[in-house]
Write a protein that binds this ligand. Structure first.
Ligand code: GDP
Ligand code: MG
Length: 371
């Protein structure tokens, strides 16, 4: 699904971890498509990232500006009112972003907007906000950028994004990106597919070209690492109001596993964005959203949470995950599966991903660890 954290996991792993391993341990080799050793940078286009990070932030500001109007509020003064309009214009004409002059005044206005009481009130709704446009919500890495120092840095003329800046920002994946590396003599290919609606259709048709190890005499093993955004548990589906993007994600997992091309694949599920999920379930404004996952909670648990905000963390995770495990149990019982709760922006994700590759993909069969 779009924005679940797939590319963040891969970026963390390849750029920060594997690069280090390749440089220090001869058992690891980062490769080109023909398995020759790759020496150059993995993703080096800072210009694209710079503009995309600015676009991410302007997109988020635009969402909160619209929320200010929705709240029936006004900005503190005329100057901010005009600046807010200009940001809205910039979001609507994204192609202009690279050519906008990032002046001191522009940066000052951004900070003033961030400190404006009406804007702050809109920001406080960040866990609930969803503008009536499909796939439009503030990106989950936003909090990292929402402070005076970072905003000033990003909108400085000669800004060069750091690796950490890239980890927290969103650059939607178009088509399928392929990564190759060797661990000892084992060749590992990783495909990162876009998760937006249009890209999901493309992925299903792409599977037929995928070498899924159907030939039982070969040593090839294929796994789907399905990344779910826990943060989607309360994001309404654009077409079905009683469903969420999490339900859609479960339905897509089902479609993916129903394909004859994935018959021989194991499935690993990363329930990602556990930090955002925790933020949301502890936010009083999100209490009623528990109804979206109520099937996984007992009546007493549901009541205690709704009335007093009390909950057991594990129970809440289980309630979300049930949507996926139920499908696996009912429809894909013969599939080996395995899952983890993750936070892709936390550097620990590298260890988790690395463990999974070493222990689950290379060395052992995946055992069916279903609850
Ligand atoms: N807070 C938080 N943000 C995350 C996490 N994982 C990904 N993100 C952010 O979510 C956005 C989308 O991530 P991305 O990897 O592009 O998703 P993809 O569409 O599945 O490839 C980016 O802004 C990431 O920084 C997470 O575990 N926690
Ligand atoms: Mg992606």
């Amino acid at each position: 699904m779009g924005s679940a954290g797939k590319s963040t996991i891969i970026r963390h792993y390849f750029i920060l971890h594997l690069k280090y391993l390749c440089a220090t341990n001869s058992n690891y080799k980062y490769c080109n498509e023909d398995w020759s050793e790759k020496k150059d940078e993995i993703e080096g286009d800072d210009e694209i990232w710079k503009n995309k990070i600015r676009e991410n932030i302007i997109n988020a500001f635009d969402i909160f500006i619209k929320q200010v109007y929705k709240n029936g509020d006004k900005f503190e003064n005329e100057e901010l009112q005009v600046f807010a309009k200009s940001l809205e214009h910039l979001y609507a004409n994204k192609s202009e972003i690279p050519s906008v002059e990032m002046s001191d005044l522009f940066r000052e206005h951004l900070i003033n907007l961030l400190n404006d009481p009406s804007f702050k009130k809109a920001l406080a709704l960040k866990n609930k906000i969803q503008i009536d446009e499909p796939e439009r919500k503030p990106f989950d890495g936003l909090a990292y950028f929402l402070n005076e120092t970072k905003l000033k840095e990003v909108f400085y003329t000669s800004y060069i994004p750091s690796e950490e800046d890239k980890i927290y920002s969103r650059l939607p994946t178009i088509e399928v990106h392929r990564y190759y590396f060797m661990l000892n003599k084992t060749k590992i290919e990783i495909y990162d597919a876009g998760g937006q609606a249009s890209e999901r259709v493309r992925l299903l048709s792409y599977l037929s070209r995928w070498n899924t190890g159907q030939n039982s005499s070969s040593n090839n093993r294929s796994f789907i690492l399905f990344v779910v955004s826990l943060s989607d548990y309360n994001v309404k589906h654009p077409e079905y109001p009683d469903k969420t993007l999490l339900d859609e994600s479960a339905a897509f997992m089902d479609a993916l596993l129903n394909s004859e091309h994935t018959r021989h694949c194991g499935v690993l599920i990363f329930f990602n964005k556990k930090d955002r999920f925790f933020e949301k379930i502890t936010d009083e404004l999100c209490r009623d959203d528990v109804d979206y996952i109520k099937d996984g909670l007992s009546p007493a648990e549901l009541r205690d949470y709704k009335l007093n905000g009390k909950f057991k963390k594990d129970k809440m995770f289980d309630a979300v995950e049930l949507k996926f495990f139920k499908l696996l149990e009912e429809k894909h019982k013969n599939k080996s599966s395995y899952s983890r709760n993750t936070c892709a922006v936390d550097p620990k994700i590298m260890e988790t991903f690395h463990d999974v590759i070493k222990n689950e993909i290379l060395l052992e069969n995946i055992s069916g660890i279903l609850p």
